[in-house]
Write a protein that binds this ligand. Sequence first.
Ligand code: ZN
Length: 242
Amino acid sequence: MRILIISDIHANLTALQAVLTHASRYDAVWCLGDLVGYGPDPNECIANVRSLPNLVCILGNHDAAVLRQIDPSAFNPEARQVIYWTQKVLTAANRDFLGSLPERVQQDRVTLVHGSPRHPVWEYLLDTHIATLSFAHFETPYCFVGHTHMPVIYHLTRADRSAILSIPGPNSQFPLNPRAILNPGSVGQPRDRNPKAAYAIYYPEEQTWELHRVPYDVAAVQIRMQASGLPERHILRLSGGW
Ligand code: ZN
């Protein structure tokens, strides 16, 4: 069984389509939140995600802000501007879909959250210290997270009970240790200085994780962002992956 793991699409339809084409065959899709924010295609991305097979989808902080569950003033001014723009253009049906998303789901051997198992919507799991603390906040062997837009794996060592960071290279399979926190990176706004869209395939029978990077037409997205009057900084960062 191949489970497609995607996160932080951020209203980037071109990147999402490139990922779905590249992944080509999958039995289920688990999406770790932030379908909207930053990008120009919120309705198209939600429509695409909703149609995916055996979908499990989690609420992200940008999704929650568009729903007014989080005060937009918690975001920087440019991110906030796009949240207001998204609120204006989002259809009622797509808003209802975002409103139906849970903050945390336990799926077989995996806990799914956007940020961290301690604070599912908001906490950034950015280092081994937070990762070590996070292992106490989920019961399953694995926890899949998004939010930082960085493809990483944290393993819990048996010996000293502290987390170890691995940065997976693309197209390589990682066997999962007894306990791990895994981030597939971001589909629509990678931040590891690699502009290619990121996603992962999880093989539950083999207990392995495979990271992939896919090039997409960044310029086409930048043109749509410009046409919608979205912030220049967000347009620029897609080219460099920061
Ligand atoms: Zn995000």
